[in-house]
Design a protein around this ligand. Structure first.
Ligand SMILES: Cc1ncc(COP(=O)(O)O)c(C=O)c1O
Length: 382
Protein backbone atom coordinates (compact mmCIF):
# COMPACT_ATOMS: atom_id res chain seq x y z
CA UNK A 1 0.00 0.00 0.00
CA UNK A 2 0.86 3.61 -0.33
CA UNK A 3 3.15 6.19 0.59
CA UNK A 4 4.97 8.89 2.36
CA UNK A 5 6.77 11.23 0.03
CA UNK A 6 8.24 13.49 2.74
CA UNK A 7 6.86 16.89 1.72
CA UNK A 8 4.67 16.77 -1.36
CA UNK A 9 6.71 19.75 -2.42
CA UNK A 10 9.77 17.54 -2.41
CA UNK A 11 8.81 16.75 -5.98
CA UNK A 12 9.58 20.30 -6.95
CA UNK A 13 12.94 20.61 -5.27
CA UNK A 14 15.29 23.09 -6.78
CA UNK A 15 12.53 25.68 -6.65
CA UNK A 16 13.63 29.27 -6.60
CA UNK A 17 14.28 30.84 -3.22
CA UNK A 18 11.24 32.11 -1.39
CA UNK A 19 10.09 35.62 -2.15
CA UNK A 20 9.32 36.39 1.47
CA UNK A 21 11.84 38.80 2.90
CA UNK A 22 12.98 39.03 6.47
CA UNK A 23 11.38 42.46 6.76
CA UNK A 24 7.93 41.09 5.90
CA UNK A 25 8.26 38.41 8.57
CA UNK A 26 9.46 40.68 11.35
CA UNK A 27 6.21 42.59 11.78
CA UNK A 28 6.50 45.18 14.46
CA UNK A 29 3.68 47.17 15.90
CA UNK A 30 5.04 50.48 14.70
CA UNK A 31 2.93 53.60 14.91
CA UNK A 32 2.89 54.58 11.26
CA UNK A 33 0.06 57.10 11.51
CA UNK A 34 -2.93 58.14 13.61
CA UNK A 35 -5.12 55.20 14.75
CA UNK A 36 -8.59 54.78 13.29
CA UNK A 37 -11.58 53.71 15.41
CA UNK A 38 -11.81 50.39 13.58
CA UNK A 39 -11.63 47.43 15.95
CA UNK A 40 -9.54 44.56 14.60
CA UNK A 41 -11.56 41.51 13.53
CA UNK A 42 -11.49 39.26 16.62
CA UNK A 43 -10.86 36.21 14.47
CA UNK A 44 -7.81 37.72 12.85
CA UNK A 45 -6.66 38.66 16.34
CA UNK A 46 -6.90 34.94 17.21
CA UNK A 47 -4.86 33.88 14.19
CA UNK A 48 -1.35 32.87 15.15
CA UNK A 49 1.60 33.52 12.93
CA UNK A 50 2.11 29.80 12.63
CA UNK A 51 1.52 29.58 8.93
CA UNK A 52 3.90 26.86 7.87
CA UNK A 53 5.53 28.42 4.84
CA UNK A 54 6.65 31.71 6.40
CA UNK A 55 8.08 29.62 9.23
CA UNK A 56 10.06 27.47 6.78
CA UNK A 57 11.28 30.64 5.07
CA UNK A 58 12.30 32.11 8.41
CA UNK A 59 14.41 29.03 9.12
CA UNK A 60 15.89 29.11 5.62
CA UNK A 61 16.94 32.72 6.08
CA UNK A 62 18.36 31.98 9.50
CA UNK A 63 20.44 29.12 8.06
CA UNK A 64 21.70 31.20 5.14
CA UNK A 65 22.69 34.00 7.50
CA UNK A 66 24.74 31.57 9.58
CA UNK A 67 26.13 29.71 6.56
CA UNK A 68 26.30 32.23 3.69
CA UNK A 69 27.93 29.74 1.32
CA UNK A 70 25.43 26.95 1.89
CA UNK A 71 23.63 25.65 -1.22
CA UNK A 72 20.11 25.23 0.04
CA UNK A 73 17.47 23.07 -1.65
CA UNK A 74 14.09 24.25 -0.48
CA UNK A 75 11.61 21.52 0.38
CA UNK A 76 9.12 24.07 1.65
CA UNK A 77 6.38 25.66 -0.45
CA UNK A 78 5.29 23.27 -3.18
CA UNK A 79 6.09 25.57 -6.04
CA UNK A 80 6.73 24.13 -9.48
CA UNK A 81 9.99 24.84 -11.31
CA UNK A 82 9.64 23.53 -14.86
CA UNK A 83 8.46 25.64 -17.81
CA UNK A 84 4.90 25.14 -19.04
CA UNK A 85 4.88 23.34 -22.44
CA UNK A 86 4.81 25.88 -25.27
CA UNK A 87 1.70 24.40 -26.79
CA UNK A 88 -0.17 25.56 -23.68
CA UNK A 89 1.42 29.01 -23.32
CA UNK A 90 0.89 29.73 -27.01
CA UNK A 91 -2.85 29.09 -26.59
CA UNK A 92 -2.86 31.59 -23.70
CA UNK A 93 -0.81 34.04 -25.71
CA UNK A 94 -3.09 33.73 -28.79
CA UNK A 95 -6.12 34.25 -26.58
CA UNK A 96 -4.52 37.30 -24.93
CA UNK A 97 -3.58 38.84 -28.31
CA UNK A 98 -7.07 38.22 -29.67
CA UNK A 99 -8.44 40.36 -26.83
CA UNK A 100 -7.05 43.33 -28.78
CA UNK A 101 -9.26 42.54 -31.74
CA UNK A 102 -12.97 43.16 -32.22
CA UNK A 103 -13.59 39.49 -33.05
CA UNK A 104 -11.50 38.08 -30.23
CA UNK A 105 -12.47 40.44 -27.43
CA UNK A 106 -14.28 38.81 -24.49
CA UNK A 107 -15.52 40.45 -21.31
CA UNK A 108 -16.96 38.68 -18.30
CA UNK A 109 -17.49 34.99 -18.87
CA UNK A 110 -19.76 32.63 -16.96
CA UNK A 111 -19.01 32.92 -13.23
CA UNK A 112 -18.86 29.15 -12.98
CA UNK A 113 -16.34 28.97 -15.83
CA UNK A 114 -16.12 28.22 -19.51
CA UNK A 115 -18.53 25.40 -20.32
CA UNK A 116 -16.06 23.64 -22.65
CA UNK A 117 -13.41 23.63 -19.93
CA UNK A 118 -15.90 22.36 -17.34
CA UNK A 119 -16.82 19.54 -19.68
CA UNK A 120 -13.14 18.78 -20.35
CA UNK A 121 -12.44 18.61 -16.59
CA UNK A 122 -15.41 16.30 -16.04
CA UNK A 123 -14.25 14.02 -18.89
CA UNK A 124 -10.51 14.04 -18.13
CA UNK A 125 -10.49 13.67 -14.36
CA UNK A 126 -13.86 12.09 -13.60
CA UNK A 127 -14.48 9.97 -16.71
CA UNK A 128 -16.65 7.24 -15.20
CA UNK A 129 -17.62 8.98 -11.94
CA UNK A 130 -20.85 10.61 -13.10
CA UNK A 131 -19.51 14.15 -12.54
CA UNK A 132 -21.43 16.60 -14.74
CA UNK A 133 -20.04 19.82 -16.19
CA UNK A 134 -22.78 21.68 -14.30
CA UNK A 135 -21.18 20.45 -11.03
CA UNK A 136 -17.73 21.83 -11.94
CA UNK A 137 -16.83 25.35 -10.74
CA UNK A 138 -13.67 26.79 -12.34
CA UNK A 139 -11.63 28.88 -9.92
CA UNK A 140 -8.41 30.85 -9.64
CA UNK A 141 -6.90 28.01 -7.59
CA UNK A 142 -7.73 25.57 -4.83
CA UNK A 143 -6.54 27.94 -2.11
CA UNK A 144 -9.12 30.58 -3.02
CA UNK A 145 -11.81 27.91 -3.13
CA UNK A 146 -10.94 26.75 0.39
CA UNK A 147 -11.86 30.24 1.60
CA UNK A 148 -14.95 30.41 -0.64
CA UNK A 149 -16.12 27.10 0.80
CA UNK A 150 -15.58 28.48 4.29
CA UNK A 151 -17.78 31.43 3.34
CA UNK A 152 -20.40 28.91 2.26
CA UNK A 153 -20.14 27.01 5.56
CA UNK A 154 -20.28 30.05 7.82
CA UNK A 155 -19.02 30.44 11.36
CA UNK A 156 -21.33 27.91 13.02
CA UNK A 157 -19.78 24.65 11.80
CA UNK A 158 -17.27 22.35 13.46
CA UNK A 159 -14.30 21.03 11.50
CA UNK A 160 -11.82 18.15 11.59
CA UNK A 161 -8.43 18.17 9.87
CA UNK A 162 -5.58 15.73 9.39
CA UNK A 163 -2.64 16.54 11.62
CA UNK A 164 -0.36 17.54 9.96
CA UNK A 165 -1.91 18.98 6.84
CA UNK A 166 -2.02 21.98 4.56
CA UNK A 167 -2.49 24.97 6.91
CA UNK A 168 -5.08 26.86 4.85
CA UNK A 169 -7.96 24.69 6.16
CA UNK A 170 -7.46 25.67 9.79
CA UNK A 171 -6.36 29.23 9.13
CA UNK A 172 -9.45 29.95 6.99
CA UNK A 173 -11.54 28.31 9.70
CA UNK A 174 -10.07 30.65 12.32
CA UNK A 175 -10.69 33.68 10.11
CA UNK A 176 -14.33 32.65 9.67
CA UNK A 177 -14.75 32.32 13.44
CA UNK A 178 -15.34 28.55 13.54
CA UNK A 179 -12.64 27.96 16.15
CA UNK A 180 -11.79 28.96 19.66
CA UNK A 181 -8.52 30.51 20.77
CA UNK A 182 -5.07 29.16 20.08
CA UNK A 183 -3.73 27.08 22.92
CA UNK A 184 -0.06 27.96 23.36
CA UNK A 185 0.64 24.71 25.24
CA UNK A 186 -0.80 22.34 22.63
CA UNK A 187 -0.13 24.66 19.66
CA UNK A 188 -3.67 23.92 18.50
CA UNK A 189 -6.92 25.88 18.20
CA UNK A 190 -9.85 25.06 20.44
CA UNK A 191 -12.96 23.55 18.78
CA UNK A 192 -10.96 21.97 15.97
CA UNK A 193 -10.69 18.19 15.81
CA UNK A 194 -7.10 17.36 14.87
CA UNK A 195 -6.89 13.81 13.51
CA UNK A 196 -3.35 12.50 14.06
CA UNK A 197 -1.90 11.22 10.79
CA UNK A 198 1.69 10.30 11.50
CA UNK A 199 3.92 7.22 11.55
CA UNK A 200 2.20 5.89 14.70
CA UNK A 201 -1.07 5.30 12.86
CA UNK A 202 0.33 4.77 9.36
CA UNK A 203 -0.67 8.30 8.36
CA UNK A 204 -4.43 7.64 8.32
CA UNK A 205 -6.72 8.80 11.15
CA UNK A 206 -8.24 6.36 13.57
CA UNK A 207 -11.89 7.12 12.77
CA UNK A 208 -13.15 5.06 15.70
CA UNK A 209 -11.53 7.67 17.97
CA UNK A 210 -12.59 10.71 15.92
CA UNK A 211 -15.54 12.74 17.24
CA UNK A 212 -18.25 13.89 14.86
CA UNK A 213 -17.80 17.25 13.14
CA UNK A 214 -19.88 18.95 10.48
CA UNK A 215 -16.98 19.14 8.07
CA UNK A 216 -13.88 17.00 7.51
CA UNK A 217 -11.06 18.48 5.47
CA UNK A 218 -9.15 15.64 3.88
CA UNK A 219 -6.12 15.92 1.64
CA UNK A 220 -4.76 13.01 -0.42
CA UNK A 221 -1.89 12.97 -1.28
CA UNK A 222 -1.58 14.87 1.95
CA UNK A 223 0.63 17.91 2.13
CA UNK A 224 3.10 17.80 3.91
CA UNK A 225 3.38 14.03 4.49
CA UNK A 226 2.59 12.96 0.92
CA UNK A 227 0.52 10.07 2.22
CA UNK A 228 -2.00 8.72 -0.31
CA UNK A 229 -5.11 7.18 1.24
CA UNK A 230 -6.04 3.77 -0.13
CA UNK A 231 -9.43 2.88 -1.62
CA UNK A 232 -10.34 0.97 1.53
CA UNK A 233 -9.42 3.90 3.77
CA UNK A 234 -11.41 6.37 1.67
CA UNK A 235 -14.39 4.05 1.79
CA UNK A 236 -14.09 4.11 5.60
CA UNK A 237 -13.94 7.90 5.49
CA UNK A 238 -17.00 8.21 3.26
CA UNK A 239 -18.97 5.79 5.48
CA UNK A 240 -17.84 7.70 8.56
CA UNK A 241 -19.11 10.95 7.03
CA UNK A 242 -22.37 9.28 5.98
CA UNK A 243 -23.01 7.83 9.43
CA UNK A 244 -22.34 11.19 11.05
CA UNK A 245 -24.16 13.34 8.50
CA UNK A 246 -20.88 15.22 7.88
CA UNK A 247 -19.43 16.53 4.66
CA UNK A 248 -15.90 15.90 3.41
CA UNK A 249 -13.93 18.61 1.63
CA UNK A 250 -11.47 16.52 -0.32
CA UNK A 251 -8.34 18.24 -1.64
CA UNK A 252 -6.84 16.39 -4.60
CA UNK A 253 -4.31 19.07 -5.63
CA UNK A 254 -1.54 16.45 -5.93
CA UNK A 255 -3.64 13.66 -7.47
CA UNK A 256 -1.62 13.61 -10.70
CA UNK A 257 1.31 12.10 -8.79
CA UNK A 258 -0.60 9.01 -7.64
CA UNK A 259 0.74 6.00 -9.49
CA UNK A 260 -0.31 2.90 -7.60
CA UNK A 261 -4.02 2.76 -8.42
CA UNK A 262 -5.15 4.51 -5.21
CA UNK A 263 -8.07 6.88 -5.84
CA UNK A 264 -7.23 10.21 -7.45
CA UNK A 265 -10.70 11.48 -6.63
CA UNK A 266 -13.08 10.94 -3.73
CA UNK A 267 -15.80 10.23 -6.32
CA UNK A 268 -14.14 6.89 -7.08
CA UNK A 269 -15.69 5.84 -3.78
CA UNK A 270 -19.33 4.67 -3.80
CA UNK A 271 -21.59 7.06 -1.93
CA UNK A 272 -19.14 9.99 -2.05
CA UNK A 273 -21.46 12.12 -4.16
CA UNK A 274 -23.81 12.41 -1.17
CA UNK A 275 -21.11 13.54 1.28
CA UNK A 276 -18.19 15.14 -0.52
CA UNK A 277 -17.01 18.29 -2.23
CA UNK A 278 -13.71 18.06 -4.11
CA UNK A 279 -11.24 20.88 -4.68
CA UNK A 280 -8.41 20.56 -7.15
CA UNK A 281 -5.95 22.54 -9.18
CA UNK A 282 -3.90 23.00 -12.34
CA UNK A 283 -1.04 24.24 -10.12
CA UNK A 284 0.94 21.06 -9.51
CA UNK A 285 -0.58 19.16 -12.43
CA UNK A 286 0.36 21.69 -15.12
CA UNK A 287 2.78 24.13 -13.48
CA UNK A 288 0.02 26.76 -13.18
CA UNK A 289 1.05 28.00 -9.71
CA UNK A 290 1.52 31.49 -11.15
CA UNK A 291 -1.13 31.31 -13.88
CA UNK A 292 -3.82 30.46 -11.26
CA UNK A 293 -6.47 27.93 -12.23
CA UNK A 294 -8.34 25.31 -10.24
CA UNK A 295 -11.77 23.81 -9.81
CA UNK A 296 -14.29 22.59 -7.27
CA UNK A 297 -16.89 19.87 -7.70
CA UNK A 298 -20.16 20.13 -5.81
CA UNK A 299 -22.44 17.16 -6.64
CA UNK A 300 -26.18 17.65 -7.04
CA UNK A 301 -26.85 14.96 -4.41
CA UNK A 302 -25.06 16.89 -1.62
CA UNK A 303 -27.81 18.34 0.58
CA UNK A 304 -28.19 20.34 3.80
CA UNK A 305 -30.13 18.92 6.73
CA UNK A 306 -33.25 20.67 5.36
CA UNK A 307 -32.82 19.07 1.94
CA UNK A 308 -31.64 22.26 0.20
CA UNK A 309 -28.92 21.54 -2.44
CA UNK A 310 -25.49 22.81 -1.37
CA UNK A 311 -24.56 23.41 -5.04
CA UNK A 312 -27.17 26.21 -5.23
CA UNK A 313 -25.50 28.04 -2.35
CA UNK A 314 -22.03 27.54 -3.75
CA UNK A 315 -23.20 29.00 -7.03
CA UNK A 316 -24.45 32.01 -5.11
CA UNK A 317 -21.14 32.36 -3.23
CA UNK A 318 -19.18 32.18 -6.48
CA UNK A 319 -21.34 34.75 -8.23
CA UNK A 320 -21.14 37.08 -5.23
CA UNK A 321 -17.47 36.80 -4.28
CA UNK A 322 -15.85 35.88 -7.59
CA UNK A 323 -16.65 36.84 -11.14
CA UNK A 324 -15.00 33.83 -12.75
CA UNK A 325 -11.41 32.80 -13.49
CA UNK A 326 -9.25 34.71 -15.96
CA UNK A 327 -10.28 33.78 -19.49
CA UNK A 328 -6.59 33.63 -20.49
CA UNK A 329 -5.89 31.06 -17.75
CA UNK A 330 -8.97 29.10 -18.83
CA UNK A 331 -7.70 29.02 -22.43
CA UNK A 332 -4.48 27.53 -21.01
CA UNK A 333 -6.47 25.00 -18.98
CA UNK A 334 -8.30 23.89 -22.09
CA UNK A 335 -4.99 23.44 -23.94
CA UNK A 336 -3.69 21.32 -21.03
CA UNK A 337 -6.60 18.92 -21.43
CA UNK A 338 -6.24 18.40 -25.20
CA UNK A 339 -4.67 15.07 -26.09
CA UNK A 340 -1.32 16.70 -27.05
CA UNK A 341 -1.47 18.94 -23.98
CA UNK A 342 -1.91 15.94 -21.71
CA UNK A 343 1.00 14.18 -23.38
CA UNK A 344 3.30 17.18 -22.82
CA UNK A 345 2.18 17.55 -19.22
CA UNK A 346 2.90 13.90 -18.57
CA UNK A 347 6.52 14.39 -19.54
CA UNK A 348 6.86 17.33 -17.10
CA UNK A 349 5.25 15.22 -14.36
CA UNK A 350 7.81 12.51 -15.08
CA UNK A 351 10.58 15.02 -14.45
CA UNK A 352 9.19 15.69 -10.96
CA UNK A 353 8.82 11.98 -10.31
CA UNK A 354 12.49 11.61 -11.23
CA UNK A 355 13.26 14.27 -8.57
CA UNK A 356 11.51 12.09 -6.02
CA UNK A 357 13.64 9.13 -7.07
CA UNK A 358 16.89 11.11 -6.81
CA UNK A 359 15.92 12.32 -3.36
CA UNK A 360 15.10 8.81 -2.20
CA UNK A 361 18.39 7.49 -3.49
CA UNK A 362 20.20 10.28 -1.67
CA UNK A 363 18.36 9.57 1.56
CA UNK A 364 19.23 5.90 1.24
CA UNK A 365 22.88 6.78 0.66
CA UNK A 366 22.79 8.92 3.82
CA UNK A 367 21.18 6.06 5.74
CA UNK A 368 18.16 8.19 6.64
CA UNK A 369 14.82 6.55 7.42
CA UNK A 370 11.81 7.39 5.26
CA UNK A 371 8.77 5.80 3.72
CA UNK A 372 7.94 5.60 0.05
CA UNK A 373 5.39 4.23 -2.34
CA UNK A 374 5.41 0.49 -2.71
CA UNK A 375 6.18 0.78 -6.43
CA UNK A 376 9.29 2.77 -5.53
CA UNK A 377 10.17 0.33 -2.77
CA UNK A 378 9.98 -2.61 -5.10
CA UNK A 379 11.99 -0.82 -7.72
CA UNK A 380 14.68 0.29 -5.30
CA UNK A 381 14.50 -2.68 -2.92
CA UNK A 382 14.78 -0.20 -0.07
C1 LIG B 1 -2.81 20.51 -0.58
C2 LIG B 1 -2.87 21.80 -1.31
N1 LIG B 1 -4.06 22.30 -1.64
C3 LIG B 1 -4.16 23.46 -2.28
C4 LIG B 1 -3.04 24.18 -2.62
C5 LIG B 1 -3.21 25.49 -3.30
O1 LIG B 1 -3.33 25.28 -4.67
P1 LIG B 1 -3.60 26.47 -5.69
O2 LIG B 1 -2.28 26.87 -6.26
O3 LIG B 1 -4.51 25.87 -6.72
O4 LIG B 1 -4.25 27.57 -4.95
C6 LIG B 1 -1.78 23.70 -2.30
C7 LIG B 1 -0.58 24.46 -2.63
O5 LIG B 1 0.53 24.18 -2.24
C8 LIG B 1 -1.69 22.47 -1.62
O6 LIG B 1 -0.52 21.95 -1.26
Amino acid sequence: MVCLMFFSSTLFFGSSPSKITKASLDFERKKLGPYTKLVRNVNLEKLKNNYLFPEITRRELEHVEKHPNARLISLGTGDTTEPIPELITSEMSNFAHALSTVEGYRGYGLEQGNETLRQAIANTFYGNMRVKSSEVFISDGAQSDISRLQLLLGSGVSIAVQDPTFPAYVDSSVILGQTGHFNEATKKYQNVVYMPCGPKNSFFPDLTMTPRTDVIFFCSPNNPTGYVASRKQLLQLVNFAKNNGSIIIFDSAYAAFIEDGSPRSIYEIPGAREVAIEISSFSKFAGFTGVRLGWTIVPDELLYSNGFPIINDFHRIVTTSFNGASNIAQAGGLACLSSVGLKEIRSVLNYYKENRKILMETLVSLDLTFRAQVSDLVEKSI
